[in-house]
Design a protein around this ligand. Structure first.
Ligand SMILES: Cc1cc2nc3c(=O)[nH]c(=O)nc-3n(C[C@H](O)[C@H](O)[C@H](O)COP(=O)(O)OP(=O)(O)OC[C@H]3O[C@@H](n4cnc5c(N)ncnc54)[C@H](O)[C@@H]3O)c2cc1C
Length: 344
C-alpha cells in the first residue's frame, strides 16, 4: 500500500492535519492507538481570550480564532454534529484588586472587545457571593465528541488503523518511509505528550504536564449551559446537569491515573466557589503536550525530512490545532514558511 502521508496520532493535532491534507487531495493513513484519556478527550474544550492572574490576551488570539471558528463550523457540517458554541466566561472576582484589574483592562481596545461586563456583587445563586464578577466572551468545543466522530469518519473510509507505531518499525528510504508494508512520502507525528520521550524528538524542549478534572452532578446548577465559570477552578457545563471541573498543572508522576489527593484539593477549592450541593461522578486525568516556551512545535525533522511533527499544543489545543495544521499543510504542499516561533 502507498499513501502520501502517514499520521501518527488522532487527537486534535492529527485530526486537523488529516482533514487539511484530505481537503488538498492527498492520500492519508492515520495510525492511532485508542486512548480514552488522551489530552483531546480529557480536555474541557474552552477557548479563552484572556488568561492567567495577569489577565493576558492569548497569543495570536484574533488570528487563531478567525481561522478556527469557520473551520469548526465546516467540521460540524462534515460530521453532522454540533461541536462549537459561543459561551460567556464568568470570572468570579474575590477582591477589589481583581475587580479593578478587569475594569482597567476595558480601557485597552484589544481587551475591551472581549470583556462584556464587570459588575459588583453576586452573580447568581449557587455561587458564593464575592466582590464581583466579569463576563468575557469565549467559545466551547465538545472536544471528545469531535475526536470520536472524526475517528468514526476515518474508519468508515478505511483511513485509520488502530495500532501503535514503534520508532524501530520505521524504515527510512531516501525520499520515503515505510511502516508495516505501507510506503509514504512522509510520516508526521501528532503523538501528543509521547513525543517528549520519542527518539526523534526527545531533544526538543517539551514540558508535558498532567491535568486532572472532576465530573460533578448538580441539579441546583441547572440553566448554566451558556456559561463557563472561572473561580479557583473552571466549571464547564457538559449537559444533563453534569459539569467538568478542573484542572491542575502537575509536572511529576505523569500517568493518566487520577490522584485522590488532587480530588480533595479540587473539592476544597470548589467549596470556596459553590454553595450549591453536588456529587462527584468521576475523576479523569490526561497529559498536556506542553513546551517550555509555550509555543507549538511544527515542521520537518532537520536531518530526516521524511519525518514531521505537529505538537506542543499545550493548554490551547482547541484554538491552535486547526490553524497550525493548516500552516503545516501550506508548508508541505506549497513550501510556504512556517511562523518562526513554532519552527524546531
Ligand atoms: C485536563 C486537561 C484539560 C484541558 N483543557 C483544555 C481546554 O479547555 N482548552 C484547550 O484548548 N486545551 C485544553 N487542554 C489541552 C488540549 O487537550 C491539548 O492541547 C490537545 O488535546 C493536544 O492534542 P494532541 O493531538 O497533540 O494530543 P493527544 O490528544 O494526546 O493525542 C495524541 C494521540 O496520539 C496517539 N499516539 C501517541 N503515540 C502514538 C504512537 N506511537 N502510535 C499510535 N498512536 C499514538 C495517542 O494514543 C493519542 O490518541 C487540556 C488538557 C488536559 C489534559
Amino acid at each position: 500500500m502507498t499513501v502520501d502521508y502517514i499520521i501518527v496520532g488522532q487527537g486534535l493535532a492529527g485530526s486537523w492535519l488529516c482533514h487539511h491534507l484530505l481537503a488538498a487531495g492527498k492520500e492519508v493513513l492515520v495510525a492511532d492507538k485508542y486512548n480514552p484519556f488522551s489530552a483531546s478527550r480529557v480536555s474541557s474544550g474552552v477557548v479563552n481570550p484572556i488568561t492567567g492572574r495577569n489577565l493576558v490576551k492569548t497569543w495570536l488570539f484574533d488570528e487563531l480564532l478567525a481561522f478556527a471558528m469557520p473551520a469548526y463550523r465546516q467540521m460540524e457540517q462534515l460530521l453532522n454534529l454540533p461541536l462549537w458554541e459561543e459561551r460567556n466566561f464568568v470570572w468570579l472576582l474575590q477582591s477589589e484588586h481583581d475587580l479593578n484589574k478587569f475594569t482597567a483592562r476595558t480601557e485597552n481596545p484589544a481587551y475591551a472587545q472581549h470583556i462584556l461586563a464587570t459588575q459588583r456583587g453576586e452573580w447568581r445563586t449557587g455561587f458564593r457571593s464575592l466582590t464581583g464578577y466579569a463576563q468575557v466572551g469565549g467559545y466551547y468545543l465538545n472536544s471528545p465528541a469531535f475526536i470520536d466522530a472524526y475517528r468514526q469518519y476515518l474508519l468508515s473510509q478505511n483511513r485509520l488503523v488502530e495500532d501503535w507505531v514503534n520508532a524501530d518499525e520505521l524504515i527510512l528510504l531516501p525520499d520515503a518511509v515505510q511502516w508495516k508494508g505501507i510506503t509514504a512520502q512522509k510520516i508526521i507525528f501528532c503523538n501528543g505528550y509521547h513525543a517528549a520521550a520519542h527518539p526523534f524528538f526527545s531533544h526538543l524542549p517539551f514540558a508535558p504536564n498532567k491535568g486532572e478534572a472532576l465530573i460533578i452532578q448538580s441539579d441546583y446548577l441547572a440553566g448554566l449551559e451558556k456559561y463557563m465559570v472561572k473561580g479557583g477552578n473552571f466549571l464547564v457545563p457538559k449537559g444533563n446537569n453534569q459539569f467538568w471541573v478542573g484542572s491542575q498543572y502537575l509536572f511529576q508522576n505523569l500517568t493518566q491515573e487520577p490522584t485522590p489527593a488532587i480530588r480533595a484539593q479540587m473539592e476544597a477549592t470548589l467549596s470556596k466557589m459553590l454553595t450549591a450541593p453536588y456529587t462527584v461522578v468521576n475523576q479523569i486525568a490526561g497529559i498536556r503536550p506542553s513546551t517550555q516556551q509555550r509555543r507549538p512545535l511544527v515542521g520537518l525533522h532537520p536531518q530526516r525530512p521524511q519525518i514531521g511533527l505537529l505538537n506542543g499544543l499545550g493548554t490551547k489545543g482547541t484554538l491552535m490545532s486547526a490553524y497550525f495544521a493548516h500552516k503545516f499543510v501550506q508548508h508541505l504542499l506549497h513550501n510556504q514558511p512556517l511562523p518562526p516561533e513554532v519552527c524546531w
